[in-house]
Design a binder for this molecule. Structure first.
Ligand SMILES: [Zn+2]
Length: 99
């Protein structure tokens, strides 16, 4: 029995967080399309809040750009990051010589 490989295109919905700065979901995800030193971004069309992936692969997928956008615009992820920063600075303060 013969076998061939075919390429299929599937439409899928990808959800992303609204802009953490202004709440808009009017976000542009795109890349320059350069074959080398390509740059991709997610940018809020209302306030200009932007994440950038630079350099990135010339065949970067929108899913990857959205993952980066979500990491920088998900309040839960940001809260965890900020809390880790607070703990780091608390430790630095505690390790300072006593005045
Ligand atoms: Zn915005």
């Amino acid at each position: 029995m013969g076998k061939i490989k075919i390429k299929e295109t599937v439409d899928k919905e990808i959800f992303y967080h609204p802009c953490v700065k202004c709440g808009s979901d009017n976000i542009n995800f795109d890349d320059c399309g350069y074959s080398s030193f390509n740059v991709a971004w997610g940018r809020c069309n209302d306030c200009g809040n932007k994440v950038t992936i630079s350099p990135c692969d010339c065949f970067i997928k929108v899913e990857r750009i959205i993952n980066v956008w979500n990491e920088e615009n998900d309040p839960a992820i940001l809260k965890s990051k900020y809390e880790a920063e607070i703990e780091k600075y608390k430790e630095l303060i505690n390790n300072l010589p006593k005045i």
